[in-house]
Design a protein around this ligand. Structure first.
Ligand code: MGD
Ligand code: MGD
Ligand code: SF4
Ligand code: MO
Length: 657
């Protein structure tokens, strides 16, 4: 028997970017365990990834290239060889470029794998072809916009251990970035830090906190304005710090002046005394961390929310002390974007917001129209707002679509060609993180299953077949990865050590940031309309967005698509716990099982986990069939501004199709 351990890291779109050790026996991965000596991972992987080796043999794993053999969206394919697939793609892309120009091609990618090779290598091909580009985010674009203005949105999470108050603002940390809890625990033990969680739902994180403040979704910016109001009125603000950090401090004081605790309380669904108490506690902590999630940004007024959270942090002078300040996201000093080699473009090309794919693909006024698509590391037919329009675009007969995937997703069902991608245990990669300061390496533990290829491998094949001679298109995966390392970091050292901490030096907060919300009033994003329920679609414990929803173990752990509703709302509608319901609005309708919960804001329902149709063989399960096609000015999709009705349903199969 041969047995060996291989150092790697988790590629999923999660702030913890864990390092792992794969135990390989006779050429098979028998176990994947958290790296015991990694300062964040500390030997533990989460409920999703603790049996990651089973993902290699997912029952629906894609093992060969496929060619479409039926109407788009049906997922009917026939197996072809790599040679046939590559020829077909080269021919179709070539013809599109000849007739419409390079900009008729569009790559679309998100964070399915955070590895730089898997994520960025293929961009070299599209840059060299003069393809259209993409920008924006389906995740936290409001935060990105404020960071670009110079707001400090993060710091080393290990410093949270020095915090005296942890304000968990719209984050279900124990589910979505569980290793962050190590440092909260340390702050409690060392400094008796209090932990307060602000969330419309009583999540496991809320339950583990010292206090849960249940809030009306979308009203957080108002609460923040109220907290600032009290801090200023009671002389609790750190005026020296705030005046030095803000470009518009006086105007900000005027802006929050009308936001009395009483006025705020009504809009937020919390008591005015709680607003005053929280303001005093936040101002008095030396320092406090405002640890915010992504979900509260996901409205049309996401930028206002992030700006006001930053203002609260500045007003208390929290960033001046170790362990204090706003922490939404942070990453190591790492040049992810360099891997894409934008210099390979001979001239700058047009760029589309990747969070508006439905619009781009159905826009008849585009010149040239998008005629060729390549999608990897994202599942837009399930995750984008207004998925009906995304699917409408993907259904176009004149659109040639290549999807690179691990499993046959709802998006892959629309592809003309599907290419099988390697998984993290099968390829070499290197990655940064968006929740800590470590750069991690991933060594392949086993040979690829079937005919799966790394994205570097796919790049090299396609570039050669398309007659592109640029050396950057033939680099090895290790050479591609190396481009992302900061100056002075040796790939050899990283390969040996597994991870290296490298705190950011590139980002310096602007000397003065703007605290005022542009249009004056931080009103809630939405005024709930009578009789309708606001639908939240938070993250599930056993899925990573849509990933793992096809795995038997994960499905079994997650149970079934479940809608959480407050007892009062359920009684009003005559709905009972465990019953089947239809969740619908003018855009669509899905089925779920009802769970009646006690601690939940009235007027709010939540459907955790991103279920999808191909994985569950349950049609009508994808929540974005219902979400509002709306975006903030910065392009933040407003998933959480969705209103629905909930009706009893004897069974989903009664619905017909
Ligand atoms: N297990 C697991 N972990 C994940 C993911 C996953 O799918 N599964 N996804 C990863 C990704 S891509 C991301 S972006 C992060 C997201 O991480 P989080 O932002 O922490 O995740 P969510 O569950 O979307 O939202 C957190 C909480 O915000 C609450 N919330 C919703 N709207 C509001 C609001 O208006 N105000 C307030 N105060 N609270 C609100 C929800 O009830 C929810 O409990 O998680 C990452 N980690
Ligand atoms: N209603 C609603 N919509 C949401 C959200 C929400 O909370 N509510 N969350 C939003 C957020 S925060 C995010 S980040 C987005 C996520 O949106 P997506 O990025 O589209 O979601 P994922 O499920 O993470 O999709 C990743 C896909 O990449 C594939 N993949 C993983 N690794 C590789 C690889 O190495 N190679 C290839 N080729 N493919 C790979 C996976 O199999 C999976 O199908 O969804 C957004 N949409
Ligand atoms: S999903 Fe997150 S918590 Fe789980 S193993 Fe990966 S990085 Fe760690
Ligand atoms: Mo995300």
């Amino acid at each position: 028997m041969t047995s060996q351990t291989v150092k790697g890291c988790c590629p999923l779109d999660c702030q913890d970017s864990c390092s792992w050790v794969a135990q390989v026996e006779n050429g098979r991965v028998v176990r994947v365990v958290g790296a015991p000596d990694h300062p964040i991972t500390r030997g533990v992987l989460c409920a999703k990834v603790r049996d990651y080796e089973t993902r290699l043999d997912a029952p629906d794993r894609l093992l060969h290239p496929l060619l479409r053999r039926g109407p788009k969206g049906r997922g009917l394919f026939q197996r072809i060889t790599w040679d046939e697939a590559v020829s077909h793609i080269a021919e179709r892309y070539g013809a599109i470029i000849a007739h419409h120009g390079g900009e008729a091609l569009l790559p679309v990618n998100f964070a399915g794998s955070l590895g730089v090779v898997q994520r960025r290598a293929l961009m070299r091909l599209f840059h060299a072809l003069g393809a259209s580009r993409f920008h924006g985010s389906v995740c936290g674009q409001s935060g990105n916009a404020l960071a670009a203005e110079g707001h400090a949105l993060g710091f080393d999470p290990e410093e949270v251990a020095e915090s005296r108050l942890v304000l968990l603002w719209g984050t279900n940390l124990l589910t979505t970035a569980p290793h962050g809890w190590h440092f909260i625990k340390a702050a409690r033990e060392r400094h008796g830090a209090r932990v307060i969680c602000i969330d419309p739902r009583r999540t496991r994180t809320a339950a583990a906190s010292d206090e849960h403040i249940s809030i009306q979704p979308g009203s957080d910016a108002v609460l923040a304005a109220g907290l600032a109001h009290v801090a200023l009125r009671e002389g609790l603000a750190n005026l020296n710090y705030a005046q030095a950090a803000a470009s518009d401090f006086d105007a900000f004081c005027e802006q929050v002046a009308p936001w009395t605790p009483e006025r705020v309380a009504g809009l937020c669904g919390i008591g005015s005394d709680a607003v005053v108490r929280l303001a005093r506690e936040l101002a008095g902590a030396r320092p406090a961390v405002i640890r915010a999630g992504i979900a509260p940004q996901q409205t049309r007024r996401g930028e206002a929310l992030v700006r006001l959270l930053s203002a609260l942090s500045v007003l208390g002078g929290h960033p001046a002390q170790r362990g204090g300040g706003l922490l939404i996201e942070t990453g190591p000093h790492f040049h992810d974007a360099r891997v894409a080699r934008p210099d390979l473009m001979s001239a700058p090309t047009r760029s589309f917001d990747m969070a508006r794919l439905g619009e781009t693909l159905t826009n008849e006024a585009l010149s040239p129209p998008i005629k060729g698509l390549m999608i990897w590391g994202t599942n837009p037919a399930v995750t984008q707002p207004d998925t009906a329009r995304v699917r409408q675009g993907l259904s176009r007969e004149d659109l040639f679509t290549v999807v690179i995937e691990h499993v046959p997703t709802d998006t892959a069902a629309f592809a003309d060609i599907v290419l099988p991608s390697t998984m993290q245990l099968e390829h070499f990669d290197v990655q940064g993180a968006w929740g800590h300061h470590y750069i991690s390496v991933n060594h392949p533990a086993v040979a690829p299953r079937g005919e799966a290829k790394s994205h570097g491998g796919i790049l090299r094949l396609l570039a050669r077949r398309m007659g592109l001679t640029e050396p950057a298109l033939q680099e090895s995966d290790e050479e591609i990865a190396e481009a992302a390392l900061p100056v002075g970091m040796e790939l050899g050292a990283l390969k040996e050590r597994g991870w290296i901490k490298c705190s950011p030096v590139g980002f310096t907060p602007a000397p003065k940031v703007r605290l005022c919300v542009g249009d004056g009033v931080p009103l809630p994003a939405v005024a709930p309309s009578l009789g309708h329920l606001q639908l939240l679609t938070p993250k599930g414990l056993f899925f990573l967005n849509t990933t793992f929803a096809d795995m038997p173990r994960h499905q079994q752990s997650a149970g079934r698509p479940t809608l959480e509703m407050s007892r009062g709302d359920a009684e009003m509608r005559g709905l009972s716990d465990g019953g089947m319901v239809e969740v619908r609005n003018t855009r669509g309708s899905i089925c779920a099982h009802l769970t009646v919960v006690d601690a939940m804001q009235r007027g709010v329902v939540a459907l955790p986990g991103k279920w999808w149709n191909m994985a569950t063989a349950r049609p009508w399960s994808a929540v974005n069939d219902l979400t509002t096609p709306a975006w903030s000015p910065a392009g933040q999709p407003a998933y959480n501004e969705t209103f629905v009705e909930v009706l009893p349903l004897p069974s989903c199969s009664d619905r017909g199709s």
